[in-house]
Design a protein around this ligand. Structure first.
Ligand SMILES: [Ca+2]
Ligand SMILES: [Ca+2]
Ligand SMILES: [Ca+2]
Ligand SMILES: [Ca+2]
Length: 254
């Protein structure tokens, strides 16, 4: 309001528009490190964690975009297995993880504005990176590996004659399983009860031995099964043994 010496007033209405500048950086909530566990059976598309960040600026200056930090050391493995939703902050699986390949991932995710922050060189550039969050993903082992059974002859003949004494070693077995704990603890057995009197498995030595004298030369075929401590992933092999080397054959079945 302006007043002259005669007391006359004149007024002028001023409207001041305050233009927001992008002077605030997003902040993750909560701040700091996150750890999540992902089972290796979890399918692609599962999103085990959602990151959250806020920015007090208005409009585009306050909009937050999430993305993988392109400068993280394990980027190739992280990018092959995870994707980050730019708008929601969900971290999702591109595919099922495999504990036997990689047990742990360290992810680095950034939150930034789509517009450059004041004083920074430009949106998306290093100067506009605003906040960083790290997430450790622990892959939880499941029983997805079947036992493997390999047969190796020890004596080079695999013949069984009536002169063989009890304890004569016929073959060495190797049973392995890539899982951990009970899921990878294997046991072997001869699956035909009637042949358990003729052959025996010595679990500690990992070998198959001839039992009592066999009588007339004949040909046996006995089945070896391997099982682990988990459900439904048995493996079976069968071993043929004969009176001559020509009959010897070991076949592994999957
Ligand atoms: Ca901002
Ligand atoms: Ca696996
Ligand atoms: Ca496994
Ligand atoms: Ca297993």
């Amino acid at each position: 309001v302006a007043t002259d010496i005669d007391g006359q007033n004149a007024s002028l209405r001023l409207i001041v528009n305050v233009t927001d500048v992008n002077d605030n950086r997003p902040q993750f909530h909560p701040t700091g490190h996150r750890t999540v566990r992902v089972r290796e059976s979890d399918p692609a598309g599962n999103c085990p964690v959602q990151l959250s960040a806020t920015d007090p600026d208005s409009g585009e200056n306050g909009r937050v975009i999430f993305e993988l930090d392109p400068h993280q050391p394990d980027l190739a493995a992280v990018d092959a297995n995870f994707r980050v939703s730019p708008s929601s902050g969900f971290i999702c699986l591109r595919r099922s993880l495999d504990y036997e390949t990689k047990e742990i991932f360290e992810l680095s995710v950034i939150a930034r504005n789509p517009t450059p922050i004041r004083g920074d060189p430009g949106a998306g550039g290093a100067g506009s990176r605003l906040a960083t969050a790290t997430v450790t993903v622990l892959v939880v082992d499941e029983n997805d590996e079947a036992p493997q059974l390999q047969l190796d002859y020890l004596d080079g003949t695999a013949e069984v004659t009536e002169n063989d004494r009890r304890g004569h070693t016929l073959a060495a077995l190797q049973a392995t399983d890539r899982d951990r704990g009970d899921n990878g603890r294997v046991s072997c057995q001869i699956d035909q009860p009637d042949l358990r009197d003729v052959f025996e498995l010595l679990p500690t030595a990992g070998s198959a031995s001839a039992g009592a004298s066999s009588g007339q030369p004949q040909r046996w075929r006995f089945y070896l099964g391997t099982r682990d401590g988990g459900p439904g992933l048995d493996r079976e092999a069968h071993l043929k043994l004969g009176p001559t080397a020509a009959h010897r054959e070991a076949v592994r079945l999957n």
